[in-house]
Design a protein around this ligand. Structure first.
Ligand code: BG6
Length: 480
């Protein structure tokens, strides 16, 4: 028997968004295109060719959105900053109007005692940097990123204490360079993929150091899309496959954030393939120093996966996730001689075939706590579903159930001794799901619009889950 201590008193009940998915105003007030603005215009890339040109117009409606957050009692709002609003060309001339927008948003949050939690990079690289030197593929990205990040720290650091440098580095690099589903849309070039990751790690590390130099008391980390792995059986080869998978697909990122070094076995494997990243002099030291200053592990948790030994003549793919958006496509992916990723028959799935596994959240927290002993910010967790308006309302009992079950497990993680600082649901309002348009909704607040750019009134309608989460916050997670 273990006594429940529940959530800490100052727990940050939150919700999250990303600039490209909510803001719209894609070419306003000096902003220039990001790689997403260009990518979505390539035929066949997104559901019904949806763009984020208008998104849910948070850029113009942020005051109403923040007021709804305040009425709900939200403690923290996690949002990202669009790099090409601040530096339209990625570097060079700073855009005061862009800076002003986030000043206003931050101040609006603070007016209601909502803690702003700022993501520096949620995938919307300025297109100009892609044009200048292929963005993340070139080492020059590191200095440009740190310059951009430092501009934000200097401008907002007096009011923003919580910083997430990179959102899901594993996803934007994997989808961008291995699966060709995100910009720049390249396919299975492992050498480039690992070099891109090294540049991103360096950008993360140097930004952490720059922030701590300016604001030693700021709290900083990056957010990892963590899908914990279960071996399918107690056969030693399945268990070993799971160790291989975790080193390559999870610890490869989290170890660098927390320890400042790559997992030894993963590096050995990459060296044997001739695809290990190139280090410049001093990189190893910088990664280490930054890791010693990281304050938390950011975790975006949606699902777990199952791992099975994959014979040498087995499934040959690079172990990407099943993010096809098609129902019932349990792709078998893997690396011959190491692992494959079969569907987990013990778990239900969402309409987009993602496993629903509340205990996986506790599992993730326990694993991170055991391995890194770092505090944790759950920076995303939520259910994408087809919400339907009925008499002007959204009765999303399925979302309430999903969140309730996950929060219950998170509470157990607190009881286990994990230091959880915040829980941000994905998402606050409905927003543009990168590849799935507006059919896949995540928010507490319904937004009246669909894939047709001229559709909808953009009216905000709180769903049943909005009122439910309000109670959760009021009772600090006691009433679920
Ligand atoms: C995370 C991202 O990967 O998952 C979000 O950080 C994203 O930006 C979320 O929207 C859900 O993914 P999807 O594909 O369902 O929109």
């Amino acid at each position: 028997f273990k006594e429940s201590t529940g959530f800490p008193k100052d727990f940050l009940w939150g919700s999250a968004s990303a600039a490209y998915q909510v803001e719209g105003a894609w070419a306003e007030d000096g902003k220039k295109p990001s790689v997403w603005d260009k990518f979505v215009r390539i035929p066949g890339k997104t559901f019904k060719a949806t763009t984020g040109d208008k998104a849910v117009d948070h850029y113009h409606m942020y005051k109403e959105d923040v007021r709804l957050m305040a009425e709900m009692g939200l403690k923290t709002y996690r949002f990202s900053i669009a790099w090409s609003r601040i530096y339209p060309d990625g570097n060079g001339q700073v855009n005061e109007k862009g800076l002003q927008f986030y000043d206003d948003l931050i101040n609006e949050c603070l007016k209601y005692n909502i803690v702003p939690m700022v993501t520096v990079y949620h995938w919307d690289l300025p297109q100009a940097l892609e044009d200048q030197y292929h963005g993340w593929e070139d080492r020059r990205i590191v200095d440009d990123f740190v310059n951009y990040a430092t501009t934000l720290f200097k401008r907002y650091g007096d009011r923003v204490k919580h910083w997430i440098i990179l959102n899901e580095q594993n996803v934007f690099t994997g989808h961008g360079w291995m699966l060709a589903k995100h910009p720049p849309g390249k396919f299975k070039d492992m050498k480039t993929y690992y070099q891109v990751n090294h540049h991103a790690f360096m950008a993360h590390a140097k930004s952490v150091l720059a922030l701590k130099e300016l604001y030693p008391d700021a709290l900083v980390g990056s957010s990892f899309a963590y899908g914990p792995a279960y071996a399918v059986s107690d056969k030693p080869e399945d268990q070993m496959a799971c160790v291989d998978y975790e080193d390559l697909k999870s610890y490869y990122w989290m170890d660098v954030y927390a320890y400042g070094r790559y997992p030894r076995s993963a590096m050995k494997y990459l060296e044997s393939l001739g695809v290990a990243p190139h280090f410049e002099e001093g990189d190893a030291e910088i990664l280490k120093e930054a890791a010693s200053k990281v304050d938390f592990m950011g975790v975006n948790y949606y699902k777990t996966c199952s791992i099975e030994y994959n014979p040498l003549d087995g499934v040959d793919s690079l172990g990407g996730e099943n993010n096809t958006g098609k129902k019932g496509t349990a792709e078998m992916e893997g690396v011959p001689g190491m692992y494959k990723v079969p569907a987990n028959k013990n778990l239900p799935t969402t309409d987009w075939d993602w496993t629903i596994d509340p205990m996986g959240l506790r599992f993730a927290c326990r694993k991170i706590t055991s391995r890194y002993d770092l505090p944790i910010v759950i920076s995303e967790n939520g259910l994408g579903a087809f919400d339907k308006l009925e008499d002007g309302k959204i009765h999303d009992s399925y979302r309430i159930e999903y969140l309730r079950n996950h929060i219950e497990e998170l509470k157990k993680a607190c009881d286990d001794g994990c230091r959880i600082l915040a829980y941000c649901t994905w998402s606050y309002t409905d927003l543009l799901s990168w590849l799935n348009g507006y059919q896949k909704r995540y928010g507490f607040v319904y937004v009246d619009r669909d894939e047709d750019e001229n559709s909808g009134t953009l009216k905000r309608i709180p769903k049943d889950s909005y009122y439910w989460y309000k109670k959760v916050i009021e009772t600090n997670g006691e009433e679920l």
